[in-house]
Design a protein around this ligand. Structure first.
Ligand code: SAM
Length: 243
């Protein structure tokens, strides 16, 4: 997967790319991450990357020429590196809310150019002409699009074949099949008098599988009933839920 990032703070991404799952994916070349900083395209003495909003008011916007130059360069490089036209994404609190389905779509969408906004955001005409999709990571406002971009990249990277080892496979994770994950236990067998459920010690793989599915269904029902709406349960799941 090829991802180009347009950001005024590319160093922030070191936290993502130099360790953990995404770090390994970059090292194994399952993901190629490249960066474009609008500041590199600034030509004035102060290398400015912000500009005042028409109509006045507090706050600045990202300067149009430097931002567009960075987006165009990233788009061109994506085509050169992959032979495909990238999807250009702007992280914005006003975008479609990111969920696992959205992440799955983005992970298989081909190359991405991810634009991290700063200040009060970007000129609406840039959104209209240069951005294909706007995505939000939730109904709250952060100071910049770098953390949202990292959230998107991390979530998408986990779904790329070969990125996760078998032991941390994404297949069993919450939301993958529309349900929350089951509870997990490790050693010791007893913590403060609380025992690991017997079935997990039984070695009976069919019983363990049934127990896990039942826990997933029960948790989803209790904590996130919205996930079950419009999701028909199969016969086994209905039976388990009613047991
Ligand atoms: N004035 C904008 C608004 O109210 O919609 C908020 C601008 S915010 C301070 C600066 C940048 O942070 C945005 O351009 C966007 O890239 C990013 N950002 C902030 N919150 C976000 C969220 N919930 N999801 C995705 N990006 C976000």
């Amino acid at each position: 997967m090829w991802i180009g990032v347009v950001s005024l703070f590319p160093d922030m991404f070191d936290a993502l790319t130099q360790q953990g799952v995404v770090g390994r994916a970059v090292e194994k070349q399952r993901i190629a991450l490249e960066f474009w900083n609008p500041r590199d395209y600034a030509t004035d003495r102060h290398r400015s990357v912000d500009d005042r909003p028409y109509g006045g008011g507090p706050g600045m916007l990202m300067k149009v020429d430097t931002l567009r130059a960075a987006i165009f360069a990233a788009r061109e490089r994506a085509q050169q590196a992959t032979g495909l036209v990238p999807t250009v994404i702007y992280l914005s609190p006003q975008g479609r809310k990111l969920d696992q389905q959205g992440v799955q779509a983005l992970a298989s969408a081909g190359p991405l150019v991810v634009v991290a906004g700063r200040y009060e955001g970007i000129d609406e005409r840039v959104v209209e002409s240069d951005i294909d999709e706007e995505w939000s990571i939730g109904d709250y406002v952060l100071s910049g699009g770098e953390l949202p971009a990292m959230v998107l990249i991390d979530a998408a990277a986990r779904l790329i074949p070969g990125v996760l080892g078998h032991q941390d496979s994404a297949v069993e994770d919450s939301f993958n099949d529309g349900l929350l994950d089951c509870p997990h236990y490790t050693r010791p067998e007893i913590i403060d008098g609380r025992q690991v459920p017997d079935v997990l010690l039984s070695g009976n793989h069919a019983a363990i599988k049934r127990w896990r599915l039942k826990q997933s269904l029960g948790r989803t029902w209790q904590r996130r009933p919205d996930l079950l709406e419009g999701r028909p349960l199969d016969a086994e799941q209905r039976k388990l839920l009613n047991e």
